[in-house]
Design a protein around this ligand. Structure first.
Ligand SMILES: [Zn+2]
Length: 643
């Protein structure tokens, strides 16, 4: 799996800017400033108690906030439903209607936000992503395999050593390709050998991923702390590259890389630091795209602790659904033990806004490169592709976890992997007392489906989660065509519309940070089946498989809510649901579909609370006296922004 750079610089969240803080000072007095500034970006208000009493909006006390003069797309099942305004009290929508209706709720105590005609959508839900991978790339030495020079690398390493003397390891990604014969790493013009790291990092273990995610370069200290010498045998499924004397060169492949990586994982900081310093910026970045709920689908135990810590402290800015990495994906006894503990005691990690709901398997590889398991062989070969986790491992897990009430999620790039899942669930359903209907075991990516299997998702109640990027025609499509042929590209890849029409449970998950997280690009391209902004030319079978903009939005909202088993709580702008919504700079229903990818989020609100406010919202107006004579003014007093 390719690891991509993450640029948090395009997160222009101004909620903690000095300007914002001074606004709070004026509005709420010095005593409230620290608390307000601290809570604005973070805590999630208490879940609505069964009696319907909502917790106070942290920025405005327990006042009702009225959002008026907007174009409010309520969402829900397929059909469009538009309103102009809504009221929020605590963390829920209390009324949705016309501006006139909502303004009737005004009292001297209510606050009013003038949306000035801007479009509002329900908060977006990304049902497959990897925030944990983002933490590891972002919070360590970030190297770009295409551009970082040796001199730049030296500076980055020095900076890491100076800034983080407390860290037991130096960890980073990504290096350009490494070579078994010691040839030069292209980006550095330096040999693929531990000695280049030893020169910079003699005293601490150091680990750098190769851009493929299938290999790594480590220094001598890392080999030493892991007890790897010339006498250490290669693990099954990997190897320590060695020189002519049998001495490990520091280049590690597959499971050998995993063994050392897992040793590093064991040194991650505790839940407080991991949560507050490393995860929160990632979630804030996600908020900047309008995301309010996400699924982390390859989770490790130490992150489970950090999610729980943040949630217990009302300090999560997304709702999280979590699938744990199965024990089979770890190479060391320490991590296998932790994975087992995480899965067996999963309820201990649940909170108000975090739910550990399942376990993840990775059945095959990627669409390009003949690493997907396919029903019919690759073009001109008898080859069907390699399994990663085997069908036997998957079936065993499916039966075991189904009985425990856990959903089994399976990465399937090829139609052969997806068919194996469908067959296994069909088999499971014959078992008395199985939970397959309730749990809706899942196929991740749904990138290639054999035509004979399209209707089986609905029939077996298997969830199809669609991942963007490969569902439109682009340069990589030509590479895939070489492997599976033009006909399979057009007929087998992302049959989104027929699967939705069949009534199968569905959702969208981007697979970030393997691929980009941007929901607006995903929404445009699932409708056009062409690249962003491209108006003509080939599509990936748009005639049969493209869906409407309404359906794309439904996939990103209500379908995601259904998938996360929160249908009644999130997914649409509906009275009684959590007030999760986004305000946009353009009405995506009015602009040409090929401009949808240009959409910018102005504000993201989670449970009634701002979690993202764009620097585009320049005008932060002063509330003044809350009981002042604003009722007759054309410009309504705002809780902090005026769109
Ligand atoms: Zn993934």
């Amino acid at each position: 799996m390719k690891r991509k750079m993450l640029d948090l610089n395009d997160n222009d969240n101004i909620l903690e800017s000095p300007q914002r803080r001074s606004f709070f000072k004026k509005s709420f007095g010095a005593a409230a400033t620290a608390a307000a500034a601290a809570t604005m970006v973070s805590p999630i208000a208490q879940a609505v108690a069964s009696g319907g009493v909502a917790a106070p909006h942290p920025s405005v006390g327990d006042k009702t906030v009225l959002y008026v003069n907007g174009k409010v797309y309520q969402g829900g099942k397929y059909k469009q439903a538009w309103a102009e305004a809504f009221a929020i009290r605590g963390n829920v929508f209390t009324k949705v209607g016309t501006t006139k209706e909502i303004l009737k709720l005004r009292t001297p105590e209510t606050l009013v936000v003038d949306l000035r005609g801007h479009t509002v959508l329900p908060g977006l839900i990304d049902d497959h992503m990897h925030p944990e991978m983002a933490v590891e790339c972002y919070n360590n030495v970030r190297v770009d395999e295409l551009s970082t020079t040796w001199d730049e690398f030296k500076v980055l390493v020095k900076k890491e050593l100076d800034e983080h003397p407390e860290r037991p390891w130096v960890f980073g990604a990504n290096l350009d390709y490494l070579w078994d014969d010691g040839s030069n790493i292209k980006m550095f013009g330096k040999p693929s050998h531990k000695k280049i790291l030893d020169e910079l990092i003699p005293d601490k273990p150091a680990y750098f991923w190769e851009c493929s995610g299938h290999a790594a370069l480590v220094n001598s200290k890392a080999l030493e702390v892991c007890g790897i010498t010339k006498d250490t045998p290669d693990p099954v499924g990997g190897h320590y590259v060695r020189d002519e004397n049998g001495e490990p060169t520091g280049v590690l492949r597959e499971l050998a890389a995993h063994i050392v990586w897992e040793k590093w994982l064991g040194t991650l900081p505790g839940p407080k630091e991991l949560g507050e310093k490393q995860l929160k910026p990632i979630f804030s970045y996600l908020n900047s795209y309008g995301l309010t709920s996400v699924s982390e689908v390859w989770s490790r135990e130490m992150y489970g602790q950090a999610y729980k810590y943040l949630d217990d402290n009302d300090d999560l800015s997304v709702r999280l659904t979590v699938y744990a990495t199965d024990v089979v994906d770890f190479a060391t006894p320490e991590m296998q033990k932790l994975a087992d503990k995480y899965i067996m005691n999963h309820r201990d990690y649940d909170g108000k806004n975090v739910k550990i709901v399942g376990v993840k398997y990775i059945l095959d590889g990627a669409a390009a490169g003949q690493t997907a398991v396919v029903v019919e062989p690759y073009e001109g070969t008898n080859y069907h592709g390699p399994w990663r986790n085997t069908p036997e491992q998957y079936r065993e897990g499916l039966h075991k976890y189904d009985a425990m009430g856990l959903t089994v999620h399976a990465h399937c790039a090829g139609d052969g992997a997806a068919r194996m899942v469908l067959d296994a669930v069909e088999e499971l359903r014959k078992k008395p007392g199985n939970n397959a209907d309730k749990l809706q075991h899942r196929v991740a990516h749904t990138s290639m489906i054999h035509p004979d299997d399209v209707q089986r998702f609905a029939k077996l109640n298997v969830h199809a989660e669609f991942s963007p990027v490969f569902w439109y025609d682009m340069a990589a499509t030509r590479v895939i065509e070489q492997d599976i042929g033009k006909e399979r590209v057009q007929k087998y890849m992302f049959p989104v519309k027929p699967i939705i029409d069949s009534g199968a449970p569905v959702s969208i998950g981007t697979d970030w940070m393997v691929t980009p997280v941007d929901p607006w690009a995903a929404i445009e391209t699932i409708v056009t089946r062409r690249g962003c902004g491209i108006k003509e030319g080939p599509t990936m079978n748009a005639e049969e498989y493209a869906i409407s903009l309404e359906t794309a939005l439904w996939l990103y909202t209500q379908a995601g809510a259904d998938s996360q088993k929160r249908s009644h709580e999130i997914g649409s702008i509906t009275q009684g649901k959590y007030a999760d919504f986004v305000v946009l700079n353009q009405n995506i229903f009015e602009v040409p579909i090929t401009d949808v990818h240009k959409t910018k989020v102005l504000s993201t609100v989670l449970g009634g609370r701002d979690v993202y406010l764009s620097s585009r919202v320049k005008e932060i107006i002063d509330l003044g006296e809350l009981t002042g004579d604003y009722e007759n003014k054309m410009t309504f007093a705002s809780v902090g922004r005026n769109f």
